[in-house]
Write a protein that binds this ligand. Structure first.
Ligand SMILES: O=C(CO)[C@H](O)COP(=O)(O)O
Length: 261
């Protein structure tokens, strides 16, 4: 992985049926992100193979929103890493707060999924986040360090090069969320960088640390400019292809300065 790339991705969450998803992928097919930026989209499973097919020769990577830790079996409603890989996806998002809040995802299942994803050559986008209560009680850093350490337990240092982490404060996500202050994000990411550096040891691997949570045109440059923010993971503000491309293009200057530094 290019150690100096800035990652800008979006998950469409439970939006866009097959026809709309294919149309959106076609609108993104010829998009060329500015130098230094790597972009990805994460559609619903119902369109994963189609979106991968449309974007196969594009500059964009495609990911899945979740996965099971087993390769196959009696897991009704689940999707495995081999199935995701066969669809053509190269990224899998694991541990989103909405999966933790509503569908029983835990730090332990995140670890099982990360190791399974890496076994199948999928880049793991691990989502971590502090709740409003953890933020209020001043234990955000401890919470996030725990999430990272459990998620990456048993992952070889070689495989850390296929890991990305998205810090998404639960209190910042969605229409009811308030975007985190850039100064707060900077502090959190600096602490996360120390945690992942300790796990990576002397491999020199730099695990990209993305921020997510009400990222928009108004604040994306502030986040991307931060030294330990290696990208952003965007929801609502990037669901429309035109909005996504505008967001990506809007940070070209910030990214140029960042990678030249
Ligand atoms: O998953 C997210 C980005 O894809 C995250 O939940 C942020 O969502 P947003 O607050 O709608 O940007």
């Amino acid at each position: 992985m290019d150690q100096k790339s800035v990652w800008i991705g979006t998950s469409w969450k439970m939006n866009k049926g097959p026809a709309e998803a294919i149309a959106a992928a076609r609108a993104l097919e010829s998009f060329q992100p500015p130098k230094g930026i790597r972009s990805f989209v994460i559609p619903p499973f119902t369109s994963l193979r189609d979106v991968c097919s449309v974007l196969e020769d594009s500059a964009l990577l495609v990911g899945a929103q979740n996965m099971h830790w087993e390769d196959s079996g009696a897991w009704t409603g689940e999707v495995s890493a081999p199935m995701i890989a066969e669809c053509g996806a190269s990224i899998v998002e694991i541990g989103h707060s909405e999966r933790r809040q509503h569908f029983g995802e835990t730090d332990w299942t995140v670890n099982l999924k990360v190791r399974a994803a890496l076994r199948h050559g999928l880049r793991s986008l691990i989502c971590i986040g502090d709740t409003a209560e953890e933020f209020e009680f001043g234990v955000s850093q401890e919470t996030l360090a725990r999430q990272v350490k459990i998620a990456l337990h048993g992952v070889s240092r070689k495989d850390l090069g296929q890991v990305m982490i998205a810090y998404e404060p639960v209190w910042a996500i969605g229409s009811a969320g308030r975007p985190a202050e850039a100064s707060f994000v900077s502090g959190i990411h600096t602490k996360l960088r120390a945690v992942v550096r300790e796990l990576a040891g002397d491999t020199g691997v730099r695990i990209p640390l993305l921020y997510g949570g009400s990222v928009s045109q108004a604040n994306i440059r502030d986040y991307v400019a931060l030294p330990d923010v290696d990208g952003v993971f965007v929801g609502r503000a990037a669901w429309e292809p035109a909005d996504f491309m505008t967001l990506v293009e809007s940070v070209s200057g910030v990214v140029s300065r960042k990678i030249a530094a």
